[in-house]
Design a protein around this ligand. Structure first.
Ligand code: ZN
Length: 269
């Protein structure tokens, strides 16, 4: 039986604007703590717009005890109002609790130390950028050798998959394959790992199609066959608990090698 989670749906990337590469010297970041209400938010944006300030990036935190932090990276190039005057105008508003310049370094990066920690839904998450993604996948191999690195990644993935199984179990108790696959899709797509496009459930074999799997995309720039040891381990860790038996997971097709998506075949003995 084949179950498709989507047809060709439109996607747009999710962004968290807390660490920005500075493109122009006229860009500056502001941390603005306000008493939260829609009207206050609108008033604050109206100030920026009326002062002809370009808004390059905008993000905000959860509302905690009625307070909200706006982190905004603005471009002052077209604004006739000097920055210090703009800060003073904002600061004079009753609903503004505090305004500070965001941290900058090397005249290259702007970031907010206030947007922390990061939550997806109710759960704290951690993110990895390109240096860490490549470090985990590529540099670990240079340090440990091919076989040990593949083995390590597989087992880390396996432990993650098993934890995901326990997480779901602690929330809902029992579930069927479709709900389990839906849960994996929710985790992998929400956390930016990739999207499960469909799965095909045949006797003794489960095939899973995954779009934009980050682990394979790390290899894209490199002229070599992509591997997905971490993801294979993750599938094995989750599904071995589900089926309660040892499985063989193989990565039989890859989006980084010209296939439409990455294909994982799981043999269920
Ligand atoms: Zn792949």
């Amino acid at each position: 039986m084949g179950v498709s989670f989507d047809k060709e749906i439109e996607t747009l990337p999710a962004e968290i604007h807390n660490f920005i590469k500075k493109r122009y010297t006229t860009q500056v970041g502001l941390n603005i703590f306000i008493e939260y209400s829609i009207d206050n938010l609108r008033d604050l944006l109206d100030i920026l717009i009326s002062k002809q300030v370009g808004i390059s990036h905008l993000d905000w935190t959860k509302v905690v005890d009625g307070r909200l932090l706006i982190f905004v990276v603005i471009d002052m190039v077209k604004s006739p109002t000097p920055l210090e005057e703009l800060i003073s105008i904002i600061n004079d508003k009753d609903y503004v609790l505090k305004i500070t310049r965001a941290d900058e370094f090397l005249d290259k990066f702007i970031y907010s130390r206030h947007l922390f920690p990061i939550f997806i839904g109710d759960d704290r998450v951690v993110a990895m950028g390109p240096p860490m993604m490549e470090g985990l996948i590529i540099s670990s191999r240079e340090l440990l050798g091919d076989a040990a690195s593949a083995n390590l990644l597989y087992h880390i993935g396996y432990a993650m998959g098993r934890s995901l199984y326990e997480y779901l179990k602690s929330n809902v108790g029992k579930w069927d394959l479709e709900s389990g696959m839906r849960f994996l899709d929710a985790v992998f797509s929400s956390y930016g790992w990739g999207r499960i496009k469909r799965y095909i459930d045949q006797e003794n074999k489960l095939t899973i199609h995954v779009e934009n799997l980050w682990e394979c995309e790390v290899y894209k720039k490199r002229a070599e066959e992509p591997k997905a040891n971490l993801f294979e381990g993750c599938l094995a860790g989750f599904l071995e608990q589900f089926y309660n038996k040892r499985l063989i997971v193989r990565h039989t097709g890859c989006a980084s090698c010209g296939d439409d998506y990455c294909i994982f075949e799981i043999t269920i003995p």
